[in-house]
Write a protein that binds this ligand. Structure first.
Ligand code: KG4
Ligand code: ZN
Length: 346
């Protein structure tokens, strides 16, 4: 596509329980972003209820879009292209973003592209000052995925390892539920861990005793459950909850760090990036940073609010795909499952 003026891309994220909207300007960078988290609504049920998520995206998306335009001082007519998350994620939630995105693009007469949610996470560190340089290794840790990816350039992704069962974020969420910490689990386990003694109980570092870059977190989950039962755990026993949270978090952080070190050694790359919701974990960020300093590789991550789901990363990833000429026919569709390696290099 031959763009005659600087692109202003509207990004829409609705793959799970966060509604995110952002405007990315080709010359000025990120101009505005707005986010609404449904966490409080789902907390009552102890996890994301897909139908409630879809309905709430319907309610919040257009008001967020208007807010984003107002914050940026831009008008709808100035939007020159559109990007929305088309997968992976919850089908109903994805279809809300796809329907609104496609309809808006059609009415404005602008191109639109469906963005891979994990590519959004993967590119999010590039939104920051001093962005990481290609090639790099990406540790993507979210509620649905745990992957190590070799990134040569945008769109050129080789999967080095992934979880064989639960994702790291899912393990945090299930542990929080077990300990009576509620939803969303990750931040609550992290908060409890700051008050706990990680050395009181021993936890396994799954799959670190054999070669390879795959992960498995379901054994750690079972270990935690057994420990909780053996200790006759009660949510009222604050010290026990905090100590288990701290030990569990340390086990996840160590496991991820060991695999990152292996990936860095295997690829010989000089830069590691961390992204996805679990990338907001302060203990993980600090551990990987320390490792980078020790071994001499650069470590980058997005600001904490861009680790979890947001519209900015979708606007940004979409911008690169649109710029490379990608856009699709005006068909509303979503891909709840979509391997990252299917993307093409741009
Ligand atoms: O990337 P994300 O917002 O959504 C998905 O694409 O899944 O990630 C959400 C996951 C949840 O499992 C949540 O518990 C976890 O990220 N998470 C955290 C933290 N903040 C969010 N896990 C550990 N520590 C945190 N501070
Ligand atoms: Zn995500």
């Amino acid at each position: 596509m031959n763009w005659s003026r600087a692109l202003l891309v509207l990004g829409i994220e609705t793959s799970c329980d966060e509604t995110g909207v952002a405007l990315y300007d080709e010359t000025g960078g990120l101009v505005a972003h707005a986010l609404y988290s449904q966490a409080e609504i789902h907390a009552e049920y102890g996890g994301v209820v897909p139908e409630i998520a879809s309905r709430d995206h319907v309610r919040k998306l257009i008001p967020l879009l208007d807010q984003c335009l107002e914050d940026s001082g831009r008008s709808r007519d100035e939007i020159s292209a559109l990007a929305y998350t088309s997968g992976p994620g919850l089908i109903g939630a994805l279809l809300v973003g796809a329907s609104v995105g496609r309809s808006l693009a059609l009415s404005l007469g602008i191109p639109a592209v469906g963005v891979h949610h994990m590519e959004g996470h993967l590119l999010a560190p590039l939104l920051e000052e001093n962005p990481p340089e290609f090639p790099f290794v990406a540790l993507l840790v979210s509620g649905g995925h745990t992957m190590l990816v070799e990134v040569e350039r945008i769109g050129s992704y080789r999967l080095l390892g992934e979880t064989l069962d639960d994702a790291a974020g899912e393990a945090f969420d299930k542990t929080a539920k077990l300990l009576g910490l509620g939803y969303p689990g990750g931040p609550r386990v992290a908060a409890a861990a700051t008050q706990g003694d990680a050395s009181r109980f021993s936890f396994p570092r799954p799959m670190t005793d054999r070669p390879g870059l795959d992960f498995s977190f379901s054994g750690l989950k079972t270990h935690t459950r057994t420990l909780w039962e053996n200790e006759s755990g009660s949510a009222d026993d604050e010290q026990l909850v905090n100590d288990i949270a701290a030990g569990f978090q340390q086990a996840v952080v160590d496991t991820l760090a060991i695999k990152c070190r292996r990936a860095m050694q295997q690829t010989g790359y000089g830069t590691l990036i961390i992204s996805g919701g679990v990338g907001a974990n302060v203990a993980l960020r600090a551990a990987l940073k320390r490792d980078g300093e020790k071994h001499g590789w650069a470590v980058s991550y997005p600001r904490i609010e861009f680790c979890t789901d947001n519209g900015a990363m979708i606007a940004f990833a979409g911008y690169h795909r649109l710029k490379a000429g990608e856009h699709e026919a005006p068909v509303i569709s979503a891909r709840p499952r979509w391997p990252l390696e299917e993307l093409r290099a741009v």
